[in-house]
Design a protein around this ligand. Structure first.
Ligand code: THU
Length: 133
């Protein structure tokens, strides 16, 4: 399932600077799964998050419509889960409709706990200059 793909991608995280591994996966409207992980750079600002890498992999293969996105990180002390960064939310809003489920999972040792939010909850007012509302 989608979270397994995200978790597998997380194993390939290139994150020597933050040591924070993230995995993500998207489900296309025709049932295909594309995954991505965070890839950091010694020029820190060039880092690309797992969510964007997953979406861009799918979009690069020609997909434009998605049913769900999942991401997974390790559980941080004092935090229930890690929600996606603002840049990734904007990129999600380009391709995912507002009611798309975003599964956010955390790993606490081997224990995986998943939460579900709609994209519209995470990103209520995306920038969209092409659509009249
Ligand atoms: N990161 C993601 O992959 N996704 C997010 O939504 C937030 C942050 C990555 C970027 C960087 O490699 C590491 O997590 C720490 O910020």
């Amino acid at each position: 399932m989608l979270l397994d793909a995200a978790q597998a991608a997380r194993e390939n995280s290139y994150s020597p600077y933050s040591r924070f591994k993230v995995g993500a996966a998207v489900l296309t409207d025709d049932g295909k799964i594309f995954s991505g992980t965070n890839i950091e750079n010694s020029s820190y600002g060039l880092t690309v998050c797992a969510e964007r890498n997953a979406i861009f992999a799918a979009a690069s293969a020609g997909h434009r419509k998605f049913k769900a996105l999942a991401l997974i990180t390790q559980k941080l002390k004092g935090q229930k889960f890690n929600s996606p960064c603002g840049a990734c939310r904007q990129v999600m809003s380009e391709f995912l409709s507002p009611d798309t489920p975003i599964y956010i999972a955390v790993l606490d040792g081997n224990k995986r706990t998943a939460y579900c939010k709609k994209l519209s909850e995470l990103m209520p007012f995306p920038f969209d200059k092409f659509t009249e509302k």
